[in-house]
Design a protein around this ligand. Structure first.
Ligand code: AMP
Length: 466
């Protein structure tokens, strides 16, 4: 509705005050708008995720954003950064303890149990795409709402499942134009981990005073978490910490060898990262992470920053989770890739190498231009007919000036413009303007579709929407 001009207001009416906000509303810290210019990346990533997941027989699952807080505190571990510091937990109006999901796996495992998927043919392969929430410290590539593409294989314990997940993630990242660096490790089962924990405590005991406050606490309660602490000193100390693979029991060792053999066979480049543990307690045996080398740092030409890898995603095996949630022992593994990080890496690659990671947009074939009120109405119908016939069409029905409309058509790189004016309406004709050369021809309105098909398909052979 157009705003009422002051002079239009009735003199005996008091001016109507709008309830204005004191301050202009702003994006909540750590959140991100995805503007139209970026949607091509999102669409491409979602499409690629969908098609690769279905190639490997993964079915889509959508779990709710809101779950019970206990699902995560119990599943991920109370002393993990995600649960301890980052989870958006709240009590709702009904007094329920809830949380915005900080990751997908726990919700998918809950759904597996709740919907009796244990009686489906095993393994059950599921994928999800959507937002997760973490009260992280906001910075480039780190948001409080970010989106993940996650895949889970539930009901299969063999190394082939882990390898297939890594291969799928690798293929996905390669398809969207990245050069993923895969790091792999095994953190064993609960038995080998308890041996390793003793070794870690032994190693860190004498260094306790220089550990960060969190890690001092972790040393007694959950020493494994020290290995994924981001604090600089803790990171430095990690370099000489014992390696968990040296404490693996025979069965975990042979499982890890099995995974690595598959990776060799599949020819995926990877490196064994002996300190990789991942930041969540439910992991058992295989853990892995994908990094992208930052091709060009937005911070400048500092060499160190240039080489800093950004984590694109990670995953691993979680053989105890279903049982921890009350089901029977069910091996499982999965991964989650961070979509915002992937897009950052795609853009960095595009900027550095001049390559295009996202396929170019479909060109628009036809612009419908009109002159005069009556022609405008008919042009709207013509627009619908053209869409129905499979053409990709643009318009600007709010513009009256023909010059402005043709300028817009030019900007859009349209091949042909159709011009419908008062005279053409009377004559039952329409003008076809070739936007490249500027030549125009007047054609019979009834023959228009046939002519357009000939021009765009037969003559050019390159109509974008057959
Ligand atoms: P994680 O399971 O914590 O390793 O998360 C999987 C992936 O999600 C990471 O490798 C990142 O690519 C992405 N990710 C995690 N946290 C954030 C965040 N706060 N903002 C953006 N992406 C994130």
């Amino acid at each position: 509705m157009p705003r009422k001009k002051k002079e239009d207001q009735k003199p005996d009416m008091p001016p109507i005050e709008l309830p204005k906000m004191k301050e202009r509303p702003q994006l909540v810290k750590g959140m991100k708008d995805i503007l139209p210019g970026d949607q091509c990346y999102w669409e491409y990533i979602r499409d690629t995720a969908r098609s690769i997941a279905s190639l490997y027989s993964f079915d889509r699952i959508d779990t709710p954003v809101v779950e019970s807080a206990a699902l995560f505190t119990h599943g991920l571990g109370k002393l993990t950064d995600i649960v301890e510091k980052e989870m958006y937990a709240f009590i709702d109006q009904g007094g329920q303890n809830l949380a915005l999901r900080p990751e997908f796996t726990a919700g998918v495992a809950r759904a597996y149990l709740e919907h009796g998927m244990n009686v489906w043919p095993q393994p059950v392969k599921l994928y999800a795409v959507g937002p997760v929430f973490r009260h992280d410290k906001p910075q480039e590539g780190r948001y409080r709402q970010h989106n993940q593409f996650s895949c889970e294989i539930i009901g299969e314990g063999k190394p082939a499942a882990d390898a297939q997940l890594m291969f799928l993630a690798y293929k996905f990242l390669k398809t969207v134009g990245l050069m993923p660096q895969l790091h792999v490790n095994s953190i064993g089962c609960l038995a080998c981990r308890s041996v390793f924990k003793e070794q870690l405590i032994e190693y860190y005991r004498s260094k306790r005073s220089v550990l960060c406050e969190d890690c001092k606490r972790r040393l007694t309660k959950n020493p494994l978490r020290i290995l994924d602490c981001k604090n600089d000193t803790c990171q430095e100390l990690k370099a000489k910490a014992p390696h968990i693979v040296d404490s693996l029991c025979e069965s975990c060792q042979s499982h890890f060898m099995g995974v690595v053999d598959f990776l060799d066979e599949l020819d995926i480049p990877y490196q064994h990262n002996p300190h990789l543990v991942r930041g969540i307690d439910y992991y058992t045996r295989t853990v892995f992470e994908f990094y992208a080398l930052k091709e060009e740092s937005p911070e400048g030409d500092d060499d160190e920053k240039k080489a800093a890898p950004i984590a694109l995603g990670g995953g691993g095996r979680y053989d105890n989770l279903i049982e921890m949630f009350g089901g029977v022992s069910t091996p499982a593994s999965g991964f989650a890739l961070g979509i915002e990080r992937i897009i950052l890496a795609m853009k960095a690659r595009e900027a550095a190498g001049g390559v295009r990671c996202v396929p170019p947009r479909k060109p628009i074939d036809i612009f419908v231009a009109q002159l005069g009120e009556q022609a405008k109405r008919k042009a709207m119908l013509l627009f619908e007919d053209l869409i129905a016939d499979g053409f990709s069409v643009a318009e600007s029905f709010t513009k009256d000036s023909l010059k402005a409309q043709l300028e817009l058509a030019n900007k859009m790189g349209v091949k042909l413009s159709l011009i419908l004016g008062q005279q053409e309406l009377i004559d039952g004709t329409i003008i076809i303007r070739n936007m490249e050369g500027g030549e125009q021809e007047v054609v019979d309105r009834k023959k228009l579709m046939k002519i357009l098909h000939r021009k765009l398909i037969v003559e050019n052979g390159d109509i974008s929407n057959p």
